[in-house]
Design a protein around this ligand. Structure first.
Ligand SMILES: [Zn+2]
Length: 176
């Protein structure tokens, strides 16, 4: 069973993740768990804190459906402000126009600790901004107006409540 995705607002999503110091095999189980969860949810990226692990590790989906891992990433440069429709596995069923940048230059490490720099644009730039935001403790709804964020918070609370009710119901009843 893939680990469930944490739903916003949750403290682990609004807390900056810790930098990774131990590379190599130490990261493999976490990366595997995250991959299971992002595939099960059919996402195009996932940050470790979305499965409750407060470490600076994320998977970033490429246009061709493959993923690469980013560890301890930072955005070095961003340019060309744009507004893009955005959603998040931690904020199910919500899609909103979100202010982003069309181009970014990022620095990150891979699972072995090797350093990389990458210039990206388009969808890849978008996913990178979204995942690096997560690792810094920011969910995309933080970029929206207070009004929109408030409405989304209410819907997420209802969704959480419905899910926990379903769970109790499922435990108590026989069903086919
Ligand atoms: Zn997300």
């Amino acid at each position: 069973m893939p680990k469930p995705i944490v739903i916003w607002p949750d403290k682990v999503l609004s807390t900056r993740t810790r930098r990774v110091a131990a590379f190599g095999a130490a990261l493999d189980p976490l990366l595997e768990e995250m991959m299971e969860s992002v595939r099960a949810a059919e996402g195009i990226g996932i940050a470790a804190n979305q499965i409750g692990v407060p470490l600076a590790v994320a998977w970033v989906g490429r246009e061709d459906g493959t993923f690469f891992e980013i560890v301890n990433p930072s955005v070095l440069e961003k340019s060309e402000p744009v507004s893009l429709e955005e959603g998040c596995l931690s904020v199910p069923h919500e899609w909103e126009q979100t202010p982003r940048f069309g181009k970014v230059r990022v620095r990150y490490q891979d699972r072995t600790g090797a350093e990389h720099e990458l210039s990206a644009e388009g969808r890849l730039a978008h996913v990178l901004q979204h995942e690096i935001d997560h690792l810094e403790g920011t969910t995309f709804v933080e970029h929206l107006s207070q009004l929109k964020r408030g409405l989304i918070r209410k819907r997420m609370q209802k969704l959480q409540k419905d899910r926990s009710t379903e769970h109790v119901h499922g435990d108590d009843c026989d069903h086919d």
